[in-house]
Write a protein that binds this ligand. Sequence first.
Ligand SMILES: [Zn+2]
Length: 138
Amino acid sequence: MKVGPVSRVDNSKLYDRSMICNICSITMSKKFKNCPGCGSPNVSKSKETEQPAPTPPIQKGEEIKVVEEYKLFGYNAKGQVGVYISKSSTTGKSLVYFPKQEEWGELEEDKYKRLKPGKISKKNKEFISRVKKMEWTC
Ligand SMILES: [Zn+2]
């Protein structure tokens, strides 16, 4: 096997590591069609890059969907979409506004899922700017 300087690509900062050689396991930039170490065309996407980007922390105004049974003023809010406002430091629950019902709820984090992490619609931005002026009781 030819061993040249190019085989040390694994330790190089010059390349991104989006591809991995299935023969010798070195990582390389996706511009390589063949492994620069062993010359094999048997390269595939490296597992490192397959991992999804970390989810940004939830922000005021993000849309959430209730995924568990949750009683909201007498009915089950499961499946409803709400606007995340804040997290209570005393109960650990999230304060959520349900625009359709015009109701507020306090949910445990595992009772809802985030619909678009890190994204806030224009409508919700406007809403939370109005919310700021209100006085919180919780
Ligand atoms: Zn290789």
